[in-house]
Structures are given as C-alpha cells and as structure tokens.
Design a protein around this ligand. Structure first.
Ligand SMILES: [Zn+2]
Length: 332
C-alpha cells in the first residue's frame, strides 16, 4: 500500500489536496536530503479533510525548491483517497491516526512499514499536523513529558496537551524514536493556520539539537484531559435560541482552553432530566455532577473547569463527543 520515493515530484509544489491522487498512487513516504543528515519527519493528511498541514508543507517545499534544505526531510502523506473528497476517512477505512500499533488491516501493515523505514533512517523530531472541528487556539499535544518533547511543543504554542490514550496514534508511537508532537492548527482553511505551521516546520528544520534542560514553567501551560463530555443519544440539542431538549449557548467553542469560573452558563435545559449530559472521567466513572449543575433550567459549571475541543458540529458531537474537560498539569 505504501509508496516510498527519494525525490520530490514537481507537481507536488502546485497540486491541491483534492488532486493529490493524480500525482501520488496512495499513501506516500518521501525522503529528501538536506544539510543535516537525520531527517525531520512530517506527517500530513492522516485525516483527509485536515488540509492545513499539506499546504504548510507545500509552502516549505516551494521555499526550498531552489536551495538546499537545512536538514533532511521525510514526509508522510496519508489518506490521499479521502482527501480527494474532503472526507476525514471513508466508512470502510480505519482512522489513519489509529493504525500505528500492530493490527491486521492493510493500513496497519502500511503504518508498520513507515515505522520500519523511519527507524532505519533515524528521526530528529516528528511532527503530525492536524485541524480541529471547533474553534480552538492552536495547541500542541505530547504523549511524553520529557524536556525535549516539551521544548518541541513550546516552539509551536504555549498551550500543550499531554495525553496517553489512544495509544495507537502516530505521535505516541514516534515518541519512541525522537521528540514527537501533534500540532492542532485551528479549523481547516485558515491562512494563519498554514503560515503558523509552516513557520514551525521551518524553525525545526533549522534546529541543530534540543535543549536538555526543563522548559521554564512560565513558557508553557500543560493540560491533561480529566473527562469527556457527551450529549445523551436520546436528547435533542441545538445552539442559541432553539426548541430542542438542550440549547447550548452560541459560540460554545469559543470557551475552549479558557479557565471558566464556577457558575459559567453553558446552555438551557428545556426538559426535566437528570441525565442532561454524560460526563465520564478517565477511569470510566460518571462525573457529571462534579463538573456541572442545573440552576433554574440552566446548565452551569459546578466548579472551575477548562473546556477543550468543544465542537458545534452536530455530526461530530453525535459520532464522537461534545468536547473534553482539562486540568492544568504541573509538568516539572
Ligand atoms: Zn486530525
């Protein structure tokens, strides 16, 4: 399933993500030589609709089309068939960011091949580029709290999310090879997301090494997930002044990564129900009443919380979740 090439097809400098299938015959790993030998590994389009990483990479490749790369670059371009239609993935495909541990699909075998290949080449640092569905500030995710990974994350954003699960994501598996980070560049299509990701890649290409000392506390805020928030399947929901069971406030996703005080309004409850939200902690316990309360038919926070990745996309909310609750982590 995997194509491996050692040169840059010139069409790659011009083509849009929806037309990549005309240039590349499926998932592709491209090795390009630069001044420093150990490659920076960049992965884009693990989710076919998250196009910021591809455009950022393209602008880097355009920049270095006529000059030598400061460091070798290994590029993995993932779900090209889904990108053609602007889908995250096809129904019959596994999620390309859940295939990096052993498994028995052709996609799992392809991921193992990428890993084997990169293990042979060595990796200076690994960057996997994504977008969010809801409105979020740009942030970096790490699966390890070692100094080098936190330095890498801090070059992208002062907001850093630490997670261990799911353990089949690319960045977690690549963390065994080098400092490794997933960067979330806001919603797809924003010019700022593209330029920010491109500047980050360029900065990493110019690095000679990572500092081995701790990142100063005041330079980053590290958060970890404490609970997942879902809307019960039997309740209808909408936003603003709706006529559904739950009406969340307009621009709910603008609360992402803000420290909300107790009593912050999140929505209105138009029915009598004790199960208005399903909030589940990392151990699987229902903790709805710890974080939320109903006060005069309004859903409010019951303690200070930091929401993250809250979405206003009804399909995403139904298929995945409304969002997550985070807590600051003392990383040093
Ligand atoms: Zn993604």
């Amino acid at each position: 399933m995997l194509n491996i090439i050692n040169h840059l097809p010139p069409e790659l400098l011009e083509v849009g993500p929806q037309d990549l299938y005309k240039v590349l015959n499926g998932p592709t790993l491209i090795h390009l030589k630069g001044r420093r030998e150990t490659p920076l590994f960049i992965s884009v389009l693990l989710h076919g609709n998250e196009i910021t990483g591809f455009y950022a990479l393209q602008s880097i490749l355009q920049k270095y089309a006529k000059q030598q790369l400061p460091r070798s670059l290994s590029i993995f371009i993932g779900n090209i068939s889904a990108a053609r239609f602007g889908y995250r993935r096809f129904e019959n495909q596994p999620d390309y960011n859940r295939i990096w541990k052993a498994g028995n699909t052709p996609e799992h075998a392809m991921a193992q091949q990428v890993l084997t290949e990169m293990r042979q080449h060595g990796v200076f640092a690994s960057i996997d580029i994504h977008n969010n569905t809801g409105f979020n500030p740009h942030y970096a995710c790490v699966t390890s709290l070692d100094h080098k990974s936190l330095h890498l994350a801090s070059y992208f954003s002062r907001i850093v999310v630490y997670f261990r699960r799911p353990d089949s994501v690319l960045s977690r598996v690549f963390a065994s090879l080098s400092p490794s980070v997933t960067v979330e560049c806001g919603q797809p299509g924003s010019e700022y997301g593209i330029s920010h990701a491109a500047e980050f890649i360029d900065a990493c290409l110019h690095l000679s090494e990572f500092p081995n000392n701790p990142v100063p506390k005041e330079d980053i805020n590290v958060y970890h997930t404490v609970a997942t928030v879902r809307v019960p399947a039997n309740l209808s929901f909408g936003f603003k002044d709706c006529k559904r069971d739950i009406c969340f406030i307009d621009m709910l996703d603008h609360l992402n990564f803000q420290e909300l005080p107790t009593n912050t309004l999140l929505g209105k409850l138009n029915i009598q129900s004790k199960q208005y939200l399903d909030v589940v902690d990392e151990a699987g316990n229902n903790v709805t009443n710890k974080y939320f309360k109903i006060d005069k038919a309004e859903i409010r926070t019951a303690c200070p919380v930091i929401p993250a990745m809250f979405s206003m996309d009804e399909i995403v909310i139904r298929q995945d979740c409304l969002g997550y609750l985070m807590e600051a982590l003392d990383h040093c």
